[in-house]
Design a protein around this ligand. Structure first.
Ligand SMILES: NC(=O)c1ccc[n+]([C@@H]2O[C@H](COP(=O)([O-])OP(=O)(O)OC[C@H]3O[C@@H](n4cnc5c(N)ncnc54)[C@H](OP(=O)(O)O)[C@@H]3O)[C@@H](O)[C@H]2O)c1
Length: 333
């Protein structure tokens, strides 16, 4: 497990609290053999670590508090190259420009014959085609359900449940922070007040630009474009506009015309964009409020299919990682 912040700990908590249920229902037992962080230490023990103790150590401030036997000097790249494990889980911070350092770690794990599950958007947004080819060449699985809409199964819906349909367009509210701000503005709040509230609630970072300027949504659009339309979108070249230009007056004006502003990522076979759009309130995406996310797949056989659910959160995204692990277990038979 590379990275053990909100998402990594969310997964660990699920593995701990649902261990019996996962064993009984799915014959699934997780053995965590390594945890790596940037500043809070690392643990590696090929026979397995004690998950409850890892959680307690992280809560106490770092993996130095872990009492049982473990090697403590492995970094992520060395583990990916030389560690003994089955699946590498990447839950370190996203870099949408380079995908690094996670991209090299994922490359090393796949080359080393390991399956890979990511919550980190960077490597998938930057190099999906390369990583898919590398996984295929090494007969390994590459999964990344948590990179779009957190634990809500947007990727599995597109690739598995809708297999056989042709998806012609994707439109989504894929950033919860901006949707929260726009929803607050509908009740009369100014943009700055709504942003400050999102920060106070922990939805937006101290530097909120990745969310409010649309870059987080653009990274998700790049992932969806690569996997659904087989087309690489460079986030830096994409048409991306955030919500900072939307005023309380323009929100009120839209409401007077039965419309709502939403930050919409649109992906078609021809490209992708992220723009604030005024949607009629009859549109299913217009009814999605607060930090909730939603995505509409337009298909040839079903028309529009819309999925609504949580788009972030440690446990929610930890669930996405679990769902990928269960998928890999199923595929391995
Ligand atoms: N949070 C969400 O709701 C959510 C939803 C979907 C996707 N994601 C993605 O999931 C990933 C993790 O998110 P998060 O919220 O858990 O982030 P976070 O709380 O900031 O945790 C990041 C973790 O990665 C570790 N880390 C940083 N650089 C590293 C490196 N070079 N090698 C190894 N570990 C490193 C950090 O170490 P320290 O503990 O020392 O800081 C920390 O443990 C991100 O890519 C994010 O975009 C998050």
């Amino acid at each position: 497990l590379i990275g053990s912040g909100a998402v990594g700990q969310g997964l660990l908590e699920i593995l701990r609290s649902k261990a019996d249920e996962l064993q009984q229902e799915y014959g699934f037992t997780a053995r965590v053999v390594a945890v790596v962080t940037k500043s809070r230490g690392a643990l590696y023990h090929p026979q397995g670590l004690d998950i409850a103790q890892i959680i307690a150590a992280l809560k106490a401030g770092g993996l130095a508090h872990y009492q049982a036997t473990a090697e403590r000097d492995w970094d992520a790249l060395r583990l990916a190259r030389d560690g003994q494990f089955d699946v590498l889980i990447e839950a370190s911070p996203t870099d949408l420009q380079t995908g690094q350092p996670a991209l090299d770690i994922v490359r090393a794990a796949l080359t080393n014959g390991k399956d890979v599950v990511l919550a980190n958007k960077g490597p998938v947004a930057v190099a999906y085609a390369e990583l898919r080819a590398l996984a295929a060449a090494n007969q390994r699985h590459l999964r990344f359900e948590g990179t779009v809409m957190g634990g809500t199964p947007s990727i599995r819906l597109a690739l598995q449940a809708l297999a056989g349909c042709r998806i012609t367009q994707v439109r989504g509210i894929v950033n919860g922070t901006t949707n929260y701000i726009l929803t607050q503005m509908e009740s009369g709040q100014a943009y700055d007040t709504a942003l400050a509230q999102a920060q106070a609630l922990g939805y937006a970072e101290t530097d909120p630009s990745g969310d409010v300027d649309g870059w987080d949504a653009a990274g998700k659009a790049a992932i969806l474009s690569a996997l659904i339309f087989n087309k690489r979108l460079d986030v830096a070249q994409m048409s991306v506009q955030g919500i900072s230009g939307i005023t309380a007056a323009s929100v009120a004006e839209a409401a007077a015309q039965q419309q709502r502003w939403k930050l919409i990522a649109t992906i078609t076979p021809d490209g992708g964009s992220v723009q604030p759009v005024r949607l009629p309130i009859s549109n299913p995406l217009a009814g999605v409020s607060g930090i909730t996310n939603a995505i509409t797949y337009t298909t040839d056989l079903l028309g529009d299919v819309t999925l609504i659910g949580p788009g972030a959160g440690g446990v929610q995204t930890g669930f996405a990682l679990l769902s990928d692990l269960l998928d890999i277990q199923r595929l391995r038979g």
